[in-house]
Design a protein around this ligand. Structure first.
Ligand code: NAP
Ligand code: MG
Length: 494
């Protein structure tokens, strides 16, 4: 297709001659209770303080359900249940039996994949295409993968005796609720630990559905305890004296608080924090493929991805062509109902998150940067942001340095590989990156100089449970996924 054809097709879409009929998934697949209590010791229990808060659908602002707000006493109860389960059952049963439970959990999630995907989209605002094709299949894959390790730990770490750490306290964010839970629960259980996990305030529901599933799977009581609450509930987990290991995924700001709080204790910890990935496109890159990768890297899932390719670094020689094609592609992106199978960009997860994105964009306008937003029509209710480019930026601008966590892409150009590397590395983060070029040698040469935990070449945002994931610098401490992901849940002794 020539560029002229492309332009013509894009303008047709503006006129709505080329739009798709809506194809929404039915929310009838999800049965929600009006209220969810804390899942402690294998049963749903009301919080000691009697407090609840609401979880809403960010695409409609409707209340979906209310959930318990766990306080200090509830955290203590959950930790005691986890300790009792660790001492009484989980550390005593043969590893092969642990593996069987984890396999059972994976199979049951797989059987109920549709229900989980729809609920995840309703509670978080992410498009069903993403929850159906990425989140839930990856959740299942993680449980399957770690189930396989449960009775093979001696082979994974030959010559040393792997032993579970004990009780793990886990705290997760709102961008991939069930997937972040799977990243944490699956290796913890495989390694023989028990768990207390807290969901994020705006997305507690899929974890409570998981709790129902764990109960149906007859996982021994107390092995996984699921609680909900705000930041102070997370802090109570971190400070609890009988927790042996903290696994946190979230912002760098909170990660730093946690690091301070566990300093001087013998708690193990892993922190998976923020990112500001550069997608570097060289002059010999396949431009159309790169455009798809850039769009996939930052616009799908509303840019609510820690490893999102939020900075485009493009070689000067092709920048005009690339940005023109990128704009055309952006105009075809469908923003709207997360349950619609055609939707590319769903709702922003919460009002505070939308306001944060808007503050960054307002600052960019004040500073004289060039903003390009697509002409998408937004629903009247809910929290939305059209895909946005920010051009004419310099390295010191906040929108280049800080995590916006929205569908916002900054554009910078470079002339030499050395300049691209220097721009890519010049932020406090180092979680991920992308390199687009025709030459394998360039991928290796540039890739080895980029300080980031994951680098994709000629693709972006691809995941596999066998690969470790984690960052350099302010992007975190430790790795999750793969064999590496078992290590933080084990003591290795001679
Ligand atoms: P956040 O504000 O740091 O919250 C993360 C979790 O920590 C939530 O459950 C939160 O509870 C809880 N929390 C808040 N204050 C706490 C405290 N003082 N002590 C203990 N826990 C506390 O992050 P977010 O805004 O939810 O999530 C977005 C961030 O996560 C982004 O920075 C993103 O890059 C990062 N992320 C990183 C990865 C990775 O693997 N590196 C993956 C996904 C996301 P509330 O919900 O009540 O605030
Ligand atoms: Mg919600």
């Amino acid at each position: 297709m020539t560029e002229k054809d492309l332009a013509q097709r894009t303008s047709l879409r503006f006129n709505d001659l080329w739009s798709y009929d809506s194809a929404p998934e039915s929310s009838d697949y999800v049965q929600l209770k009006e209220r969810y209590d804390l899942f402690i010791d294998g049963a749903f229990q009301p919080p000691e303080n009697g407090k609840y808060f609401k979880s809403i659908n960010p695409a409609t602002e409707e209340v979906l359900s209310e959930v318990a707000d766990a306080g200090k006493a509830d955290v203590d109860k959950a930790v005691k249940a986890a300790r009792k389960a660790y001492n009484g059952t989980w550390s005593r049963i043969p590893a092969k039996e642990r593996g069987k439970y984890i396999y059972r959990i994976s199979r049951m999630i797989q059987e109920r994949a549709r229900e989980f995907a729809i609920l995840e989209s309703m509670d978080s605002g992410k498009p069903i295409r993403e929850s159906r094709d990425i989140d839930i299949p990856q959740v299942v894959a993680h449980f399957f993968y770690y189930a396989g390790w449960a009775d093979k730990l001696d082979y994974a770490f030959p010559g040393v005796k792997p032993k579970a750490v004990g009780v793990a306290g886990q705290i997760i964010p709102w961008n991939f609720p069930l997937l972040m839970a799977a990243w944490k629960i699956a290796p913890a259980l495989a390694a023989g630990n028990t768990v207390v996990i807290k969901s994020a305030e705006s997305t507690p529901l899929s974890l409570y559905k998981l709790a129902e599933l764990l109960r149906d799977a007859e996982l021994p009581p107390g092995v996984v305890n699921i609680i909900s609450g705000a930041g102070n509930t997370g802090a109570e987990i971190v400070q609890h004296p009988d927790i042996d290991k903290i696994a946190f995924t979230g912002s760098t700001e909170v990660g730093k608080l946690i690091q301070k709080s566990v300093a001087g204790t013998d708690k193990k910890y892993t922190l998976e924090l923020g990112g500001k990935a550069a997608n570097i496109v060289f002059e010999d890159a396949p431009v159309d493929q790169a455009v798809e990768g850039i769009v996939n890297g930052i616009f799908f899932n509303q840019g609510h991805v820690c490893c999102a390719g939020s900075r485009l670094l493009v070689h000067e020689a092709i920048s005009e062509e690339l940005v023109r094609k990128l704009k055309m592609r952006m105009e075809t992106l469908i923003v709207g109902d997360p349950l619609d199978k055609n939707t590319d960009i769903g709702a922003i997860n919460s009002r505070p998150q939308l306001e944060k994105i808007q503050r960054y964009l307002a600052e960019s306008v004040e500073e004289g940067q060039d903003i390009y937003q697509t002409k998408c029509t937004l629903p009247e209710k809910g929290y939305w942001c059209c895909p946005t480019l920010v051009d004419n930026v310099s390295q010191s601008h906040r929108v280049v340095q800080e995590e916006v966590f929205g569908p916002v892409l900054t554009i910078q150009t470079f002339r030499t590989p050395a300049e691209a590397i220097s721009l890519a590395n010049n932020t406090p983060y180092g979680l991920s990156g992308g390199i687009w070029t025709d030459k394998g040698s360039k991928i290796f040469k540039v890739g080895k100089d980029i300080r980031a935990g994951v680098i994709w070449s000629n693709t972006f945002n691809k995941f596999d449970p066998t690969s470790p994931f984690g960052g350099y610098k302010e992007s975190g401490v430790g790795r999750e996924g793969g064999l590496h992901g078992l290590l933080p849940y084990l003591e290795l002794s001679k």
